[in-house]
Design a protein around this ligand. Structure first.
Ligand code: ADP
Length: 479
């Protein structure tokens, strides 16, 4: 059994649970410990004890630790990518790409540890100077979802440590293997005991304990809207700073003047790769009348060529859905779109086996046409390989449809007109806007995050990460 990591020790949990490969349900990756609330509090205590130690480390020490972790991740992309594909179900190239990204993030935040700066200003009063500096928060709880089992932990753990915080990391129940592998690397990175802790376990039990402990100063969460709102309430009640990344219902506008092959690539890549299990996935394709039929035909043609199957087999484009529960959710949305009289232009079929007879959670990419903004399929996040097409008259109507959602994470357009692109960038209500590039796929050195129901609190990633992971001190000196 692989254990939790608390105060520099590997510990058994209160139970062990199997981690099953969604591409082949006969394949058990391993048994992983689950903590209870009491063990979660032990991790907080360890992090609390280590906070002054790591909080006073030098930028060079922080750089060295993070740089070492980044280098090891980059040296092991193949092996860790294979593990990630096996437990989460994204394809091997996608999984290797994700591990590479995690390595790059650690390297970037190694540099950020050296670059943290403040301000020096004259006071409005004579003989006084003012310094503005940033200090660590203290203990931060990091709660992550299953869809990016190593990149999302990396983009929370790396800045948390770079800015001198101690960490309690609670990964999603479905993906303990990638989290454990990352924790194992961190355990050898030169951190003081307790500066980094891993507690695996159930959200309602372990996650909840980690968001109501008065020794916790900050919570960074990525996951569902329901859980995010619950965490916001708990943090507000306990005076804990929080940062939440929740879902999306991301639109991609395709205008008559778009390059058809660019538009099809953006749509297919954005909506269906990583099995559509990305908060930045395209779920609504908003297409103007003049290109609508050609675009739909070309997307369907591409979908017929995509191979759905075992995440680690060569030539597979779309891996399985992550688990039975998510599959049932996806199939429920397919049924609801059909019931609302949307036209199923392609896919939406559950297959119990891949072409080699492996039992898994396979779902062919689904495209619905003739849909309307009010349909449930266009209002709620699916989190699977399911997209819809909505018709629009012109850019103005397309923009109105794009913004007609509770969410505001990512929003895209395919157009060859600079005027249309500029108008879209100005008026799209989203944290990230994409022109001629898929709604999913962000860089790590610039801010990531959304508006409306998608996000709360400071942005993640890039130099903006210091907004969340530090607290500002204003010092006045009369001399
Ligand atoms: P999903 O539906 O994609 O699993 P969740 O929001 O339920 O998304 O899960 C995201 C993360 O939040 C997971 O690590 C999960 O264990 C955790 N979590 C779930 N419920 C709670 C809770 N009540 N308090 C804190 N964390 C939670």
């Amino acid at each position: 059994m692989k254990g939790n990591y608390i105060g520099g020790q590997w510990l058994d949990g209160v139970r062990a649970v199997p981690n099953v490969n969604p591409s082949d349900l006969r394949d058990v990756i391993g048994e992983f410990a689950q903590a209870d609330a009491a063990q979660a509090r032990e991790a907080v205590a360890a992090a609390y004890a280590a906070a002054p130690v790591w909080g006073q480390s030098t930028p060079q020490q922080r750089f060295d630790v993070l740089d070492r972790v980044g280098a090891e991740l980059l040296a092991r992309t193949q092996e860790l990518g294979d593990l990630l594909a096996r437990e989460e179900g994204k394809t091997l190239p996608e999984a290797i790409g994700e591990v590479t990204r995690a390595g790059q993030i650690f390297k970037f935040f190694a540099g950020e540890a050296l670059r943290l700066r403040g301000d020096l200003l004259p006071s409005v009063r004579p003989g006084i100077t003012v310094e503005v500096t940033r200090e660590p928060l203290g203990v931060v709880t990091l709660i992550t979802p299953w869809n990016f089992p190593i990149a999302i932990p990396a983009w929370k753990i790396a800045p948390a440590l770079a800015f001198g915080n101690s960490v309690v990391f609670k990964p999603a129940e479905l993906v303990p293997a990638s989290a454990w592998a990352l924790a194992e690397i961190l355990s050898r990175s030169g951190l003081p005991s307790g500066a980094f802790n891993l507690v695996m376990g159930r959200g309602a039990e372990v996650g909840a304990a980690l968001t109501e402990d008065p020794r916790v100063a900050g919570v960074s969460f990525t996951g569902s809207q329901t859980t995010g709102r619950r965490i916001a309430q708990s943090c507000a009640a306990h005076g804990i700073k929080f940062q939440l990344e929740m879902g999306g219902k991301n639109p991609l506008i395709v205008l008559d003047d778009a390059d058809l092959s660019v538009a099809v690539n953006c749509a297919v890549q954005g909506a269906y790769y990583s099995t559509g299990q990305r908060c930045t996935a395209t779920s609504r394709l908003i297409v103007t009348d003049g290109i609508h039929d050609r675009f739909v035909a070309a997307v369907v043609e591409r979908l017929t060529q995509l191979k759905v199957g075992d995440a680690r087999s060569p030539g597979v484009d779309i891996g399985p859905v992550v688990d039975e529960r998510q599959l049932a959710i996806d199939m429920g949305y397919v049924a609801s779109a059909k019931a609302d009289a949307a036209t199923l232009a392609f896919g939406g079929e559950h297959r119990q086996h891949d072409d080699q007879g492996r039992p898994g959670f396979f779902l062919t990419p689904a495209l619905f046409t003739d849909t309307h903004a009010e349909m449930r399929i266009n209002r709620e996040e699916v989190f699977g390989p399911v997209a819809t097409v909505l018709r629009a008259r012109d850019l103005e109507q397309a923009l109105a449809l794009a913004n007609d959602t509770a969410f505001g994470l990512s929003s895209g357009i395919c157009t060859t007109s600079l005027r249309h692109a500029s108008q879209f960038k100005r008026h799209a209500q989203a944290g990230m806007v994409m022109v001629n590039t898929p709604t999913a796929g962000a860089d790590y050195h610039v801010p990531f995050g959304g508006r409306k129901a998608s996000s709360m609190g400071a942005r993640e990633q890039g130099s903006y990460a210091s907004e969340f992971y530090t607290t500002v001190k204003t010092a006045y000196t009369a001399a």
